[in-house]
Design a protein around this ligand. Structure first.
Ligand code: ASP
Length: 335
């Protein structure tokens, strides 16, 4: 079984996300969440999942709350799914256009946050390229305000890690029987880091990471994962494979691999998928670059669960929002 060496004790983000009673007030990283906490979030998310074609789940867990979406990096799935999740739980939602926000005029992020807090926005969802920003903000906001990390540099994307774990659990409930491969640009991927955190804590039998040498994370990261430089060897016998986009925006121009040769040597093609278990599933966090990290026919094929991941993303974000708000309410009642 994959073992963990990283621990919440030395991760400042893991410490910043809990209140003085140890409850999650913010969600900044999956580091330090226990297996029980992860399982409770996945169970609640599963409760919110509805079959395609059915009406979405709704309740009033967030009635009276105001959610603000602050995305300083591009997003389609995560931003829309947080917005839908909050609306379906009865919240008021505002989306800030960060291109025209006051940060462009030189306002600090903290001043933007204080402005929103003064307007009674009490759940702030943020994506930013700066490592450590969500934890720094979490330390400065009022005790009733929650920060949810929707993507932090190459470091953390906790709700993505949860939705990936949920999608894999829907395929096979027992993590201890599963071999999962994450393939592609691991070095620059917050998706890979959060998936590693979730899947190792949930007790996956084996977690493999496969990347060309330049895209492999430094030794010491991804403790417990088996590293592969050869994608064909890595694919053998896996239950689930997650393909990752090359994170061009986190590289110098000279570091960006040539797409055609990357596809030849690392792309998830149907030939390569035949090396996995016959019922293996294929995940991708999106946005996809078809015929670069994943063949188009694999992305649309019968083993692809990419659309299911998107559906699960809304349910996971509903579960996170409802849990965080319940924790804040519990603290208020104790006072
Ligand atoms: N959407 C994911 C992220 O924000 C994956 C990607 O962009 O490649 O990290």
């Amino acid at each position: 079984m994959a073992t963990r060496q990283a621990s919440a004790a030395n991760d400042p983000s893991a410490n910043a996300q809990r209140d003085s009673d140890g409850r999650l007030q913010h969600l900044i990283t999956l580091e330090g969440l226990s297996r029980d906490e992860l399982t409770a979030l996945l169970d609640l998310a599963q409760f919110y999942v509805r079959a395609p074609g059915d009406l979405p789940a709704r309740d009033q867990s967030l009635a009276g709350h105001t959610v603000a979406n602050l995305f300083f990096e591009p997003s389609t799935r995560t931003r829309v799914s947080f917005e839908l999740a909050a609306q379906r739980l009865g919240a008021e939602v505002v989306n800030l256009d960060m291109q025209s926000s006051s940060r462009v005029k030189g306002e600090t992020v903290l001043d933007t946050i204080y402005t929103l807090q003064a307007m009674h926005a009490d759940i702030l969802i943020m994506r930013d390229a700066e490592p450590g920003l969500p934890a720094m903000i979490a330390r400065h906001v009022a005790p009733h305000v929650c920060i949810l990390n929707a993507g932090e540099a190459h470091l953390s994307h906790p709700t993505q890690g949860l939705l990936d774990a949920l999608t894999i659990r829907q395929h096979r409930a027992d993590f201890s029987q599963l071999t999962v491969l994450i393939a592609g640009d691991i070095a620059h991927s917050r998706v890979a880091r959060s998936a590693w955190q979730a899947l190792t804590t949930l007790g996956v039998k084996e977690l493999r990471i496969a990347a060309p040498e330049d895209l492999m994370p430094p030794a010491g990261e991804f403790a417990g994962a088996t590293r592969y430089g050869d994608i064909d060897a890595a694919m053998r016998g896996v239950d689930a494979v997650m393909a990752l986009r090359i994170q061009r925006e986190r590289m110098l121009h000279s570091q960006i691999p040539d797409e055609a040769s990357y596809y030849r040597t690392f792309g998830i093609t149907s030939e390569r998928l035949n090396l996995a278990k016959p019922d293996a599933i294929v995940l991708h966090p999106g946005p996809m670059n078809r015929d670069v990290e994943i063949a188009s026919d694999v992305a649309d094929g019968r083993r692809s669960v990419i659309q299911r991941q998107v559906t699960n993303g809304v349910a996971v974000r509903m579960a996170v929002l409802a849990t965080i708000v319940r924790n804040v309410q519990a603290r208020r009642q104790l006072r």
